[in-house]
Design a protein around this ligand. Sequence first.
Ligand code: FES
Ligand SMILES: [Fe+2]
Length: 335
Amino acid sequence: MTQGLENFWYAVEHAHGLRDQPLSVTLLGRRYLLFRDASGQAHALADYCAHRGASLARGWVEGSCVRCPYHGWSYDTDGHCVRIPADPPGTAIPALARMATFPIREQSGFLWIFPGEAGRASEVPIPPFPELGQPGWRAVSGSYTWNAHFSRVVESALDTSHAPFVHRPFFGNREDASVEGLEIVSEPGLVSTHHKLKPPARVGLLKYIVKRKRSHSSSTLTGYLPNVNRIALDFNWKGYQYIYFASNIPVGDHTTLTKWIGVRNFLPYGWADGNSIRNTVDTYEEDKAVVETQPPGPSWSTQGDELLLASDQLILAYRRALARACPSAAPVPAP
Ligand code: FES
Ligand SMILES: [Fe+2]
C-alpha cells in the first residue's frame, strides 16, 4: 500500500450515507468504523475489534456505544471497551480492550476522517465546497469504483487534453483539440487551471436550455491534495454551471472508490436529477475505459516511462505538489 499519505483528511462517505447502522470503510488498506451516537454525532474507530479483530460493521449502536456482532463487546466513543458479556459481573476490563479513535468531521457534504497523527489534523484544511447547500444550487450524488490507483483517477480529471477523444459525445471535435497557454495555479494543498473549451455538445437536457451558438464554454479543474477533484463547468450561458466534487478514496493500491457530489444552478428540480447523474456516470464510464489500461500503481512510479508535454502541466503540478507535501509517498518529479 502507498505509504506516507496518512496526514490528510479523507472524505470516506457521503454525510447522508451514515445513518443508524455502523459502516465500515477501507482507506489506504485499513478498515475504519463510522457510527453515529444517539445524538447523531459521528465517530470513527479502527474497525478491528480488540477481542479477535472482527469488523463491527454488522454490529449495532446502543446509546453512545457500539457493539461487536461477534461476542458482543461494547465500545464507547473514546474506543474503550465498557462491557464484555462473557466475563462474570465484576471482572475488570483489561486496559488493552480498546479500539483506536480518529478525528472525524462532517463538512462539504461528506464525512472526513484523518488517519494520520491526530495532533496534526487541525493544521490540515478540508477542501471547501461553498456552493453546496446554497439557494439556487441543486445537488446529486453517487459512487463509482475503479480498478486503478487513486492517482490515476485524480489525474484523469486534471487532464486538459483528453476530452475530445475520451468524451467525444460531449466535447466533440477531435480535429480542434489543441490546448493553449495553460496557466497553472499552485497553492499549498491544491493545483488548478482555468481554460476555455469549445462549447460542449448540448446532450440531454442541455439541448433545451443553452443556446447552440456560444463562443466558448470554460472549465476550472482543481486537484486538492491528495485525492479530491473539483471540476467547474461554465456553459457561458446565463451563468449556468455544473460543479462536480469528487473524493477518490484510496481503498488499496489497485482499487479506488469515488464518492462524488455534483451541483447545478440550472433546472433546480428533482425531475432533472437523473440527467445530471447520467451525464456524470457516462463520463466515468468513458474515463474508466482508458484509465484502467494504464500501468498499475501510483502514477509517479512510471513517470520515467511517460512523455508529459505542455498540455500535461496540471498533472505535473499535482505530482510536484504531492511530492512536496509527502516526500515519503511520492518522489519529486524531474523538472
Ligand atoms: S471479536 Fe469482537 S467481541 Fe469478539
Ligand atoms: Fe475525463
